[in-house]
Design a protein around this ligand. Structure first.
Ligand SMILES: Cc1cc2nc3c(=O)[nH]c(=O)nc-3n(C[C@H](O)[C@H](O)[C@H](O)COP(=O)(O)OP(=O)(O)OC[C@H]3O[C@@H](n4cnc5c(N)ncnc54)[C@H](O)[C@@H]3O)c2cc1C
Length: 343
């Protein structure tokens, strides 16, 4: 069988590597960084990927690493709770530090080869899958988007996931392994924001009167887990926007408010594995395999990307926000519907 090269060892690249190894396809993966490492992520895995992890026999192993099941959601703004909601489907919460390290180990054990600390060119080539993560964009419609995250101890939550909205963005708090809480914020600014390395706690703790601030008042921060990311591009993309075969955030980002980006990375890997196995076995041309994967990804993600964009406006912009809250308050099942539409 012909070998597949994967560039990027995040969730998309590692899951694809593992799936292909289970079909005996030779795989070489290049990762610019190393394992374990912290990443900016809400660490809240929700959606169809959970079934894929089950089918690979991985969910119970993640539980044994301490992954926490999250069954409810609080949404708050300033000092008040706007919504307490039982989720139609539980999510799984585990740090990316553990998750990526675990998957890299599974991939190696299954016979895959990983070269860490190796950044390779991201040119489209026959046999090469680009799973290199987000495509940076400095400014999008006048906004500069950035994400911050760190773990903390000593934080008591009312629900498995809490989303705290503010004028600059929102902060998600989610229980993860080891009695820790992951604190992860997505923010936007019209101007460059200097000194995030020193001001990150201020951004993550919110306004002094807010519920978020009260929650984090006595937090014991693990400073070594702090990470940040800037130049995020949240505009949806489709296969015709790219050259080459791309998966995960390299294909498209979904607004993080959905907590569905990791699932899309894993789902995309599952969709790509079949055509790639066919190419490897000499039963399909590379261009056909790449086109087929693109079509499958477009079909699987188009609708949820559309709804996610709307949800993102509803979280951040005043008019859609008040409309969304009226619907949540007065239309029974509306929040569950939104949850389903973005998964
Ligand atoms: C603020 C924020 C909060 C989020 N919260 C959540 C959440 O709660 N739930 C959820 O499901 N999703 C969330 N996401 C989204 C989620 O983190 C991503 O969708 C997911 O990590 C995508 O996985 P990936 O494998 O495509 O990319 P990544 O995880 O970014 O991995 C890409 C890898 O490629 C490597 N790489 C890049 N270029 C090269 C190169 N040239 N050569 C070799 N290696 C290279 C990088 O080092 C990296 O390891 C959030 C995102 C943000 C920004």
């Amino acid at each position: 069988m012909k070998a597949i090269t994967i560039v990027g060892g995040g969730l998309a690249g590692l899951t694809l590597g593992l799936l292909l190894r289970r079909k005996e396809v030779p795989v070489k993966l290049y990762e610019a960084g190393s394992y374990p490492r912290h990443r900016v992520c809400g660490e809240y895995l929700s959606g169809r990927a959970l079934r894929i992890l089950d089918s690979l026999g991985l969910r119970s192993k993640l539980r044994s690493l301490g992954a926490v099941e999250s069954r409810d959601l609080v949404i708050a703004r300033g000092p008040s709770t706007l919504l307490l909601h039982r989720l139609p489907q539980p999510a799984l919460c585990l740090s990316r530090f553990e998750f990526d390290r675990f998957l890299a180990g599974e991939f190696s054990c299954s016979g895959g080869t990983i070269e860490t600390h190796t950044r390779v060119p991201t040119e489209p080539m026959e046999g090469t899958v680009l799973a290199t993560g987000r495509q940076p964009m400095k400014v999008e419609k006048g906004w500069r988007w950035f994400g911050l995250k760190a773990h903390a101890h000593g934080v008591t939550l009312e629900a498995g996931l809490e989303m705290h909205l503010s004028t600059h963005g929102y902060v998600g708090l989610c229980r993860i392994e080891g009695e820790q809480v992951n604190v992860c914020g997505l923010f936007r600014s019209r101007h460059p924001v200097p000194d995030l390395a020193t001001s990150w706690k201020r951004w993550l703790c919110g306004e002094p009167e807010s519920l978020l601030h009260r929650r984090l008042h006595q937090a014991k921060w693990d400073d070594s887990s702090f990470s940040s990311v800037a130049a995020l591009s949240l505009a949806p993309r489709k296969s015709s926007d790219h050259t080459g075969l791309r998966l995960g955030d390299a294909f498209t980002m979904i607004p993080p408010v959905t907590g569905n980006g990791m699932s899309m990375a894993i789902e995309g890997a599952r969709l790509a594995a079949g055509p790639l196995e066919e190419w490897s076995g000499g039963r399909m041309e590379w261009t056909l395999a790449a086109e087929k994967v693109g079509r499958l990804l477009d079909h699987a993600f188009a609708s949820r990307l559309r709804h996610a964009r709307w949800l993102q406006h509803a979280m951040l912009d005043p008019f859609p926000q008040s409309l969304a809250w009226s619907l949540v308050r007065w239309v029974p099942g509306f929040s569950s519907l939104l949850f389903r539409l973005t998964r």
